[in-house]
Design a protein around this ligand. Structure first.
Ligand SMILES: [Fe+2]
Length: 353
């Protein structure tokens, strides 16, 4: 707004000290001009927003159809091409440079299956992680505190707390023993988005829970490594999965929205049930394979879940100015003071706003 100034030079000094008279009409006119200018700015801005494609990742995560997901992730692949290329190279370097463990150096998770399992119970890294998990569980029970729970699952411990970077679980999750098959499956070095210990009570059946077959929503592909911490048989709510090629009937249906499914939704005999001793690792692409677990049985089950993603996953921003906020990443609480280029890339996750 402009101020109405009066030139007082050459006037009677007595008159000059008097406050100039305000020209209200002129001030109002200036205000009106300003208001119109701001309105014009606002209109310009809203026009710009209407012409800007914004993508609501939270909507996609919960309600997106398979067609929308496919479109988004194809776009994300383009937008994040540089990071993907960097991770491809890092993955190759890792496989060539690291001392791979014989147990998993040849383990391949086939794309047609989307899962593979291996008994790693004799490996010292796995034994240390099992001990840390069992101790954590026992402490939780002894404390008498009620565990956070959802349906049949109880959340015993999480990345960062109590599973810190010097502990056995973190060492296992960042080791070539686990990472080599993940890199081979993705064709690139992954991001570790979370890990945690879950207890399954396996007492009741909750129809809206992960006890029924479902896909995870974070991407079109991801790998979770499930480690049994207790021995698991048919009565301990074993993990179950349908091969990717049999899950494709829903995965490739463009109008399908993620929803829990009855076992009859897939080809008869296609559901694979994973049993095994403590230390059994199950690699599963939970975005491409329908899966379920913790169904009612006589025994409890303790399971460690470690999650690996690629840069296109829905919890990370599509580009720097992407207005949809990032979701807090579960590995954010991990404080690793001895980061190297690999652990740094593993922990390159969304930060809170
Ligand atoms: Fe799931």
């Amino acid at each position: 707004m402009s101020i109405v100034n009066q030139d007082v030079r050459g006037e009677d000094p007595a008159q000059a000290t008097k406050a100039p008279e305000r020209d209200y009409e002129a001030e109002l006119a200036a205000l009106r001009t300003d208001r119109n200018r701001w309105r014009a700015e606002a209109e310009k801005l809203s026009e710009q927003f209407q012409n800007t494609p914004t993508i609501d990742r939270s909507y996609l995560l919960t309600k997106g159809t398979m067609r929308q997901r496919q479109t988004y992730h194809a776009l994300a692949k383009e937008v994040k091409a540089a990071d993907i290329q960097r991770r491809r190279e890092l993955g190759q370097k890792y496989l060539a440079e690291q001392k791979l463990e014989s147990e998993t150096s040849k383990l391949v998770v086939l794309q047609k299956d989307g899962f593979a399992s291996v008994d790693l119970s004799h490996h010292p890294l796995v034994q240390d992680a099992i001990k840390e998990c069992r101790d954590t569980y026992q402490e939780a029970i002894d404390s008498g505190k009620e565990l956070l729970s959802k349906d049949s699952l109880e959340f015993v411990g999480d990345a960062g707390w109590p599973f810190i970077a010097s502990g056995g679980v973190y060492k296992l999750a960042t080791s070539p023993l686990l990472l080599a098959p993940v890199i081979r499956y993705f064709g690139m070095f992954p991001i570790m988005t979370g890990f945690g210990l879950l207890s399954a009570r396996n007492e009741e059946f909750y129809p809206h829970s992960s006890q029924r077959l479902h896909f995870d929503p974070e991407d079109r592909t991801q790998l979770k490594v499930f480690f049994y911490i207790t021995d698991v048989d048919e009565t301990s709510g074993p993990f179950m999965a349908v091969p990717a090629e049999d899950s494709a009937v829903l995965y490739n249906d463009p109008d399908f929205k993620l929803a829990r499914q009855d076992d009859t939704a897939v080809r008869e005999g296609s559901i694979r049930t994973f049993t095994g001793p403590a230390g059994t690792a199950i690699y599963c692409d939970t975005c491409r394979c329908l899966h379920a677990g913790a169904r009612p049985g006589g025994k409890k089950r303790l399971m460690l879940s470690i999650e690996y993603n690629i840069p296109t996953h829905l919890n990370s921003k599509l580009w720097e100015g992407d207005p949809t906020p990032e979701r807090r990443c579960r590995t954010l609480k991990v404080r690793d003071y001895n980061l190297n280029e690999y652990t740094e890339a593993l922990l390159a996750h969304p930060k809170p706003a």
